[in-house]
Design a protein around this ligand. Structure first.
Ligand SMILES: [Ca+2]
Length: 362
């Protein structure tokens, strides 16, 4: 089938366009629809080398399912990939009671008050793990999976249909920290948290993250060690706004206006956008192959805040349990760890130039 299609396409195009078509890389985006996911999505949805097959949204990350998945549809439909399927997944992590602070979730749920044209299209009725499975099984070429939130959808898909592993060329996962320290203790939001080395995506669902790292699928972990090199600077916002021509880039310019406080705080990095770019340009990162283990421990102790009203029974019918607040979610070097390619430094200048250029391509 692939041979016949390539032959027909080659005859029609006499070389040049068939080369361009053949060069496209199948990609699925799994994300949690927060500010950095939006620009990361725009990068892949506008990139001339990417064939994005679909978008899955986790309901356990920053956005809730209902607004998050519709926003994903709206965003997709202002890009060259208009019409690709979008689905949302479970609104609770596989175990534990971790979730993002409520004000952050509200910002993600509302696009910070910035509007996009509302697409007449709706998200798929099927759950995100099922969409992941069907997209992977239908793809003729191995897929690069770009995971920009807690990896709950991916882990559930891998457990339900382990045969899809051979359909995944590599998982590019934004998460973790080896030497950079964590990012979950944020003044005025999570001062009382006790874990100084965990990163948010892995903290939210450490079971899912551990599943991904131990899946046997090649993994590139774009950790805080790498993303600390790509802080969003006021000058980056000025350059992005000045260059904005596409509908998506203009949308993100308005987001940058609404979130100036975030840039000014010095706490905003291109975490997800770098991960998206590295899926197509691994040369943007300096990487090391390291044996990494995701720490998972249980305890009766908490961070001192009320636990969310998650279901008492977790995804597999067993009792939901509380994670230890000091260590769970850390990514540590370990003899028992899974060999993982870790982005430990990044070429910020080249990446940022490419990001601004690409989100404006058609
Ligand atoms: Ca994200």
């Amino acid at each position: 089938m692939t041979f016949i299609r390539n032959l027909i396409f080659g005859l029609l195009c006499f070389g040049s366009c068939s080369m361009a078509w053949a060069a496209k890389t199948p990609i699925i985006i799994d994300n949690d629809m927060a500010i950095d996911d939006w620009v990361a999505m725009l990068y892949l949805l506008h990139h001339p080398d990417a064939q994005v097959l679909g978008v899955t949204v986790t309901g356990a990350g920053e956005a809730h399912c209902e607004p998050g998945a519709q926003h994903a549809v709206n965003l997709v439909d202002v890009t060259p990939h208009k019409g690709i399927p979008v689905a949302c997944g479970p609104e609770e992590p596989m175990d534990g009671f971790h979730q993002f602070p409520a004000p952050w979730r509200e910002g993600a749920d509302t696009f910070y008050g910035v509007s996009l044209p509302v697409s007449p299209r709706k998200p798929e009725k099927q759950s995100a793990p099922d969409l992941l499975i069907s997209l992977l099984e239908r793809s003729e070429a191995p897929v690069r999976l770009v995971v920009l939130g807690n990896a709950t959808n991916v882990a559930l898909a891998l457990r339900k249909a382990p045969q899809i592993k051979k359909r995944i060329e590599r998982i590019h996962f934004m998460g973790g920290s080896v030497w950079a320290g964590g990012n979950i203790i944020v003044p005025n939001f999570t001062d009382q948290y006790k874990n100084k080395s965990a990163e948010w995506n892995i903290l939210i669902d450490p079971i899912a993250a551990r599943d991904v790292l131990e899946s046997g699928v090649p993994v590139t972990l774009v950790s805080l060690d790498g993303t600390n090199h790509v802080k969003v600077l006021p000058a980056d916002a000025v350059a992005m706004k000045k260059a904005a021509k596409s509908a998506g880039a203009k949308f993100f310019s308005r987001i940058l206006d609404k979130t100036k406080w975030f840039i000014d705080s010095g706490e905003y990095y291109f975490w997800d956008a770098l991960t998206a770019a590295v899926a197509l340009h691994p040369e943007y990162c300096t990487s090391q192959d390291l044996p990494l283990e995701v720490v998972v421990a249980y305890s009766d102790k908490t961070n001192g805040v009320p636990l969310p009203a998650f279901s008492k029974v977790r995804w597999d019918g067993k009792e939901r349990r509380n994670f230890d607040p000091y260590f769970t979610g850390q990514t540590i070097l370990s003899d028992r760890g899974a060999m993982t390619r870790v982005c430990v430094a990044a070429d910020a200048k080249t990446f940022k130039q490419d990001l601004i250029r690409t989100i404006n391509l058609f």
